[in-house]
Design a protein around this ligand. Structure first.
Ligand SMILES: [Zn+2]
Length: 132
């Protein structure tokens, strides 16, 4: 689940980045073309319709680039969230990992009855067998 969020976030991030770069690149190219072909030095008074089309498609691509930036942001948030979520479940696992046996000195089992007892006790508290 968290891995899926992380991967989706990463995919959105990459798509957003590429889309934004593409949209921005095309928009800038169209605007440059417009400035070059339709600018003060370009065709004169009868303002050609394709110049207006060029400008409007440039702004369309610019809007597209902004949308892709938003997608990129969503991707960043998702992948970060996925990364954080990945750490949360691993923490309780780590907390359960520490040994449940408290280190109250070394223990062993009585060789006669099997009762758990401290190695420091010579005689088994249950059956009294000498351990060493
Ligand atoms: Zn015993």
């Amino acid at each position: 689940m968290k891995v899926a969020v992380f991967v989706i976030g990463l995919v959105l991030l990459v798509i957003g980045l590429l889309g934004a770069a593409y949209g921005w690149f095309v928009a800038t190219g169209l605007e440059t073309t417009h400035a070059f072909a339709c600018g003060p030095g370009g065709p004169g008074e009868p303002y050609p319709g394709w110049c207006a089309a060029l400008l409007s498609s440039a702004s369309g691509y610019r809007t597209f680039a902004y949308g892709m930036v938003a997608l990129f942001s969503v991707g960043v948030v998702l992948s970060v969230a996925g990364g954080i979520m990945k750490d949360v479940p691993s923490a309780p696992t780590m907390m359960m990992a520490p040994p449940p046996i408290p280190p109250q000195g070394a223990l062993h089992n009585c060789k006669n009855c099997g009762r758990s007892m401290p190695t420091t006790d010579r005689f088994c508290p249950s059956c009294g067998t000498a351990q060493w």
